[in-house]
Ligand binder design. Structure first.
Ligand SMILES: *Cc1c(COP(=O)(O)O)cnc(C)c1O
Length: 360
């Protein structure tokens, strides 16, 4: 067996230790004679797995007691509807910040439910720079302010948390949650699909402040209602049990690494050395303003686009998989989430140096 370094943007690589433990427990979880996949979600065994995962997640991000943590399905895309359905709370307007493809998808969906004020857009920089908050046109009457801390496709990331006063701040953290410490008290709601930085696809985690619950739009499907999920311990209907269990293994792994503070150090180092290589070469290019560069997703182009296919084929042969950029952007993209070891980034850098030498 040879595992490659997998730079896929999502579903993304998982820690080897987690996969090994899952394999170990696949047929017989802790002497119960069955797989977690085969257990009732209401069994004492699964409830203990679920509760422990939530406890570890809360510890990792120091989530205060007045926030609910929900383990849902539907991906971040379902949250694009669930946020307005649950958080408009009798209001008719919401503020959105447009920094790239994922924020625009959130905006398009929200327009089905309310008047969207695009309070700021990165369009003038061709989506290479997060607009300064001084330029935002926030509406004090908005039900909430929605933003995308890390744009997975564009590779732009906020290095700061917006200030929205009394208006709840809502964040799509699908590709950056757990990558660094986070002051959860600054937010009304945080959501993340699991398949980038948490675990396998199929699980979506929502952190929501309790006082925002209970005012969903009347036609909100019960399976889309945060309060229903919260009141039922995320088990109003069958949750994605196996993905929840695997997320729990990832949380334990993160704790063993030293938590999000330790991850932040490694993540910063991984990103800095890759940007440095790109910036110091006349062969590779990353177009993002240094103030807004992502630690998680690093897009880059080659000097000559005709070399793209060769780069990808040789990278693959060198054990470096899934470096092709998003179909809407082209070029390359290295997604280097928590589970990408520093040795993987080092191997990529070594490969890129060699490739430049031979083709530059
Ligand atoms: C991947 C991603 C999404 C879409 O997630 P799905 O689980 O496919 O719905 C939304 N927002 C961001 C920031 C993402 O990275």
């Amino acid at each position: 067996m040879t595992r490659k370094y997998n730079f896929c943007s999502g579903p993304a690589t998982l820690p080897v230790e987690v996969l090994e433990q899952a394999r170990e427990e696949l047929l017989d979880w802790q002497g119960k004679g069955m797989s977690v996949m085969e257990m009732s979600h209401r069994s004492a065994e699964f409830v203990s797995i679920a509760e422990e995962a939530e406890r570890d997640f809360r510890d990792l991000l120091a989530i205060p007691d007045n926030y609910k943590v929900l383990f849902l399905q539907g991906g971040a895309t379902a949250q694009f509807s669930m946020v307005p359905l649950n958080l408009l709370r009798g209001k008719e307007k919401a503020d959105y910040i447009d920094t790239g493809i994922w924020s625009r998808k959130a905006i398009d969906e929200a327009r089905r439910y309310c008047t969207v004020n695009v309070a700021a857009t990165a369009k003038s920089s061709n989506y290479t720079k997060i607009p300064d908050q001084a330029e935002w046109q926030l509406d004090p009457e908005a039900a909430y302010v929605h933003y995308t801390p890390n744009e997975t496709i564009g590779g732009v990331e906020y290095q700061w948390i917006p200030e929205t006063g009394e208006v709840p701040l809502v964040a799509d953290m699908s590709s950056s949650i757990l990558s660094r410490p986070l002051d959860v008290t600054r937010f009304g709601c945080i959501y993340a699909g699991a398949q980038k930085n948490i675990g396998p696809a199929g699980l979506t985690i929502v952190i929501v402040r309790e006082d925002l619950l209970g005012e969903a739009l009347p036609f909100t499907p019960l399976s889309f209602n945060y309060k229903v999920a919260a009141d039922n311990g995320s088990m109003y209907n069958t949750p994605p049990t196996y993905a929840w269990y695997l997320a729990g293994l990832v949380f334990k792994w993160l704790k063993r690494q030293g938590g999000v503070e330790a991850m932040a150090e490694v993540n910063r180092r991984k990103a800095e050395k890759l940007y440095q290589l790109i910036d110091n070469s006349g062969f590779y290019n990353n177009p993002i303003d240094p103030s807004s560069r992502s630690w998680m997703n690093i897009p880059f182009t080659l000097k000559d686009e005709a070399l793209n296919a060769k780069f990808l084929a040789e990278a693959e042969a060198a054990g470096l998989a899934n470096l092709q950029g998003h179909r809407s952007v082209g070029g390359m993209r290295a997604s280097i989430y928590n589970a990408m070891p520093e040795a993987g980034v080092d191997a990529l850098i070594e490969f890129m140096k060699q490739f430049e030498k031979q083709n530059g």
